[in-house]
Every structure is written in C-alpha cells, then in structure tokens.
Write a protein that binds this ligand. Structure first.
Ligand code: ATP
Length: 241
C-alpha cells in the first residue's frame, strides 16, 4: 500500500448494499477502518456481519456502494487479488486444513518463498503451544489452538489488514482471552490493522479502538470503543449489565 495512502482509511465501505438472490441483507452500510487501528463489528445473529466481511474481502460483490482499500476503489476485485494487496481474511471456521499437521499447515503458508524453518521459528516463538503440537493433525487441536494456527498462517502473508470473523466462536473463555491478548499485541507490535466481527462485545471492546453495531443490515451505532461500551443501549443488548 502506497505511502501517500497513509492518511486515508485502510478500508472504507460506502453505502454497501448486498443481497442473496433477491433478498437484500445489507441496506447501505458505511464503515471506516483507519490504518493501525482495531475496529470491531458487533451485532446479533443474522444482522449481516459476515456478509459485510465477505463484501470487504472481495468474496461477495455488493449490489450498490463501494469498497475502498487505501483510497482505491476495489469494488468487485477478487479476494485473491485483495489478499495479494495485503488484505487477509480468517473466516468463521478458521480455514485451516484439518487433515494436515500443524507443520504441514504452516508449510502451505510458505508459498511466498519463505523457508519452512523460518516460518516455524517465527510461529513457535509467538505461539509456543503450536510448537509443542507441530506433528499433530490440525483437526485434532483444541479450538483455541486451531484459531492460533489460523492467525499464524495469516501472519505469514504479512497482512496490512486482517479481517477476522468471530474468532471467539466455540472457544472457552480463558482461551479466548489469551487469543484476544495475542491479537492486541499483533496490532500494537506489528502494526497490523484489524476488522474483527464479534458477538462477544466485552472481548471486542478490550482491543478495539472503534466499534460499529450492525442491526438488520444497517449500522445502528458507531463510535470510539470507549464511548460505545458506556452506551446504555449497547450495555443492555451486548454487555449484559
Ligand atoms: P451470525 O452472527 O449468526 O453469523 P451475521 O451477522 O454474520 O450472523 P450474516 O451471516 O451476514 O449475519 O447473514 C445475514 C443474513 O443473510 C441472514 O438473514 C442470513 O440468513 C442471510 N444469509 C447469509 N448467508 C446466506 C446465503 N449464502 N444464502 C442466503 N441467505 C444468506
């Protein structure tokens, strides 16, 4: 991404509408992800969070509106091309290869030309648990370990922007806390910008700079995370107090 693009948002969605067959599920979504920040996308089941992420990463073409990456209109550009430009997605369900070992999964991430031992060294330094389990089939790892592996694989591509779809799904609370701490440090220490779809607002607010609340295909609320987490409606609906 170009130097002059530094002051413009890394990702911007403008007036996004999206539909499955004839049924519109996003009705004009505006969303901004500034460079270097973590943005959370919250909302109830079926609100359209995953659809928003799929539009942002090029897996789905909107029926109206624009997707801008570093100020460039990339609406309709395929996900693989956006990945080459540094926009990497970790889908719900994590996108790892369950029948390959941890090491083989990492090997699949070395197509960028980086030697496997370097990839392994980097990964196991950041996620020692994966080092202990390098010969284990990925499908037999715990949910938290699988999520670590997915994050580790994504990091091999040196993403500018990481899109994560419900990283906490199905994970025990303690594991999730560790995972979010790691995501927070990847953002702070490596400067990776993130858009995180999360139903667990408490977790999302712990690392997010800004948040959006999506309800029935529309942005219902948005603002700095500190402000939103004190909003009465957000507390009642998403924080449980
Ligand atoms: P969840 O938190 O439950 O994953 P979500 O906020 O991510 O929900 P989406 O998965 O984006 O919501 O779904 C938005 C709406 O679009 C829902 O009504 C859903 O049923 C519908 N939808 C999602 N995927 C498809 C599809 N492939 N075909 C038809 N309808 C779909």
């Amino acid at each position: 991404m170009t130097a002059e693009a530094r002051d413009v948002p890394l990702l911007e969605l403008q007036g996004i509408r999206a539909a499955y067959d004839a049924i519109e599920v996003l009705h004009g979504v505006d969303l901004v992800v500034p460079a270097g920040k973590v943005v959370a996308l919250l909302g109830p089941n079926g609100a359209g969070k995953s659809t928003t992420l799929n539009v942002a990463c090029g897996l789905m073409t909107p029926t109206a509106g624009k997707v801008l990456v570093a100020g460039r209109d990339v609406t309709g550009v395929a996900a693989e091309e956006l990945a080459r430009r540094g926009l990497i997605t970790i889908p719900e369900g994590r996108g790892i290869f369950p029948n390959l070992t941890v090491r083989e999964n990492l090997q699949m991430a070395t197509y960028s030309g980086r030697p496997l031992d370097e990839v392994e060294e980097m990964t196991y330094r950041q996620f020692p648990r994966l080092g202990e389990r390098r010969s284990q089939l990925a499908g037999s790892l715990s949910g938290g370990e699988q999520q670590m592996l997915a994050v580790a694989r994504a990091m091999m591509s040196h993403p500018d922007l990481l899109l994560l779809d419900e990283p906490s799904l199905g994970l025990a609370p303690l594991i999730v806390q560790g995972l979010f701490q790691q995501l927070g440090s990847i953002n702070k220490e490596q400067g990776v910008t993130m858009l995180v779809v999360e139903q667990n607002a408490n977790l999302a607010f712990a690392i997010a700079d800004r948040a959006y609340v999506l309800e029935a295909g529309e942005i219902a609320l948005s603002g700095p995370a500190d402000q939103l987490k004190n909003d009465d409606a957000v507390r009642r609906a998403y924080l449980g107090y």
